[in-house]
Design a protein around this ligand. Structure first.
Ligand code: FE2
Length: 214
């Protein structure tokens, strides 16, 4: 199953980003922003990630009942998963995104440019597959899957700058997934790793397309 996902054509991974110029209120967004600002004061990255990750299940439980009203305005049958920017902090620079994953949709292996993140599931399930670097030669990197986390609704996963090499996918063949992602900096460019066989991947910079309307 993992292998078939990795070999899907790259067009599957084209994403659409809806920028903050088309504001979208996500359930509990203001409270979530306050929580990130509070955790930011802990300064030490591991503590920030631990504190936010610990808070997410309660935030999801509290605000998830409002999610259907938001989800009604989102196309869950789009050709690719969608990234919807909800907030970009002008002071600290952190970014909050909603992502909408149709059945079976996912990302290639990617990194997070050495920043921390929190990925939380508000509807459906999300698989997060971690990879470990086993070798490199220029832009070629040998990778091995090291861990698979299946996040069900209400769960979240935090990663430190050292841990953010992974792929995400919606494991369901029928249902959409909605997830909320918090990143220390705006993830407007990052590296994708294209499977070239025998465990080797080619690192390529990727810039998600920006569209300024719904
Ligand atoms: Fe990611």
């Amino acid at each position: 199953m993992l292998t078939s996902t990795l070999h899907e054509p790259s067009s599957v991974y084209a994403t659409r980003t809806v920028s903050a110029s088309a504001p979208r209120e996500f359930p509990g967004l203001r409270q979530i922003v306050r929580e990130v600002e509070t955790a930011w004061g802990l300064r030490e990255t591991t503590e920030v990630v631990r504190a936010l990750n610990a808070r997410m299940p309660a935030l999801i439980e509290r605000y998830r009942p409002q999610l259907p009203g938001w989800a009604n305005g989102v196309d869950t049958h789009a050709a690719s998963y969608r990234r919807i920017e909800l907030h970009h902090c002008p002071l600290h620079g952190f970014q909050i995104l909603a992502m909408v994953w149709g059945p079976g949709q996912g990302t290639p292996v990617h990194d997070h440019r050495d920043q921390w993140g929190i990925e939380s599931v508000w509807q459906g399930e999300l698989d997060v597959v971690d990879f470990a670097v086993k070798g490199s030669a220029g832009d070629l990197v040998r990778l091995e899957p090291s861990n698979v986390s299946r996040l069900s609704t209400g769960r979240s996963l935090g990663f430190t700058p050292e841990q953010g090499l992974h792929l995400c996918r919606n494991p369901s063949h029928r249902n959409a997934t909605i997830s909320l992602h918090i990143y220390a900096r705006a993830l407007d460019a990052f590296n994708q790793y294209v499977d070239i066989g025998d465990g080797w991947y080619e690192r390529r910079e990727y810039v998600p397309s920006q569209q300024h309307s719904q």
